[in-house]
Design a protein around this ligand. Structure first.
Ligand SMILES: [Zn+2]
Ligand SMILES: [Zn+2]
Length: 234
């Protein structure tokens, strides 16, 4: 499963672009998170013009993960006139939060469709995707993603300070296709510290473990020293 990254920066590191990735299969775009910088990046790269359908996963509602979702929905509905599917988990409280946010941003019902994660099918590079609840910031509903793929599964942490979903994924996927993890160095309370990842990710898997949502050059240098990969932005 080939993820292309639009940005790899943490919230306060916008020079690296907000952390976001996509898959394009034929004319179908799957977007993972849509932070403040993402709509502009999609337009600059001409990605939206190649899409006939857009599916969007949103991990949580911090601005660096959803800050330009309203503009993307409006652009798909009014400029491109193509369907946009918002793909939430089967978790009514979270779904209501996203719909309320879109309403405040001027996106009326009918401008987009909602399909649940388990209903998202038709991609060749993965069989299914599911949201996994995780911890991150107090009072926020936050999620990682697990893709079941023909090559062994992909874990995408998004923002988290909870290592348990990664550990569960590793138990279920001993030879994963790829692992995408946020990491903080030095440690930060709302993020996973590099030291924790050092304990949890076996050395043998570091060639398929890429760090993202990077806060600083120091964090990247430390990650590389420990054998992790860093995502590159296309
Ligand atoms: Zn973030
Ligand atoms: Zn966050």
């Amino acid at each position: 499963m080939q993820l292309h990254f639009l940005g790899r920066g943490a919230a306060f590191n916008p020079l690296e672009g907000n952390n976001s990735a996509y898959i394009m299969e034929n004319d179908r775009l799957l977007l993972i998170d849509c932070g403040e910088t993402v709509f502009e990046t999609l337009v600059k790269k001409g990605i939206l013009e190649k899409a006939k359908t857009i599916d969007v996963l949103i991990s949580h509602l911090h601005g660096d993960h959803c800050g330009s979702i309203g503009t993307l929905v409006l652009y798909a509905a009014e400029r491109l006139r193509i369907p946009l599917n918002l793909v939430p988990p089967d978790e009514p409280a979270y779904r209501e939060q996203i719909v309320a946010l879109l309403r405040l941003l001027g996106c009326r019902e009918g401008m987009y469709e909602i399909i649940l994660d388990r209903e998202l099918t038709g991609y060749a590079s993965f069989d299914s995707v599911r949201y996994v609840r995780t911890g991150h910031a107090p009072g926020m509903l936050c999620h990682s993603f697990v893709f079941e793929t023909p090559e062994g599964g992909v874990f995408y942490s998004a923002d988290t300070n909870d290592v348990a979903p990664l550990q569960a994924f590793l138990r279920e996927h001993p030879t994963p296709e790829h692992i995408y993890l946020e990491a903080a160095y030095p440690a930060a309370s709302v993020h996973l510290s590099l030291d924790v990842l050092d304990d949890v990710v076996p050395s043998a898997l570091r060639s398929v473990t890429s760090l993202m949502h990077i806060g600083s050059q120091l964090c990247m240098d430390q990650a590389i020293q420990r054998g992790f990969q860093i995502v590159s932005v296309d």
